[in-house]
Design a protein around this ligand. Structure first.
Ligand SMILES: [Zn+2]
Length: 93
């Protein structure tokens, strides 16, 4: 493990802060394990856990108090399978 001990230069305003890319997938019916593949094509198979306390960046994407899951291995976010919702959300006009 080579640790670069370079002090992070504090960049002043000007450069846009690189927002971390958040990946959200949708679970397949009865999917319980992550099916993301790594660079070598190996399936992650991490356990998808309910993600309650998600940060603001995620909230912007999924909304507050949304049902969302996260792979405990690669941290990919998963929306619940739309066909397997415990409650059906009916659009009202
Ligand atoms: Zn994963």
């Amino acid at each position: 493990m080579a640790e670069a001990a370079t002090p992070a230069p504090s960049t002043p305003a000007g450069a846009p802060s690189p927002a971390p890319e958040i990946k959200i997938k949708t679970r397949k019916p009865r999917q319980r394990a992550c099916d993301e593949k790594d660079a070598k094509g190996k399936v992650c198979a991490g356990h998808l856990k309910r993600y309650y306390d998600y940060p603001k960046e995620v909230e912007k994407l999924v909304g507050p108090k949304a049902e969302i899951y996260r792979c405990e291995h690669c941290k990919t976010l998963y929306r619940p399978d739309p066909n397997e919702l415990p409650r059906s959300y009916v659009l009202r006009y």
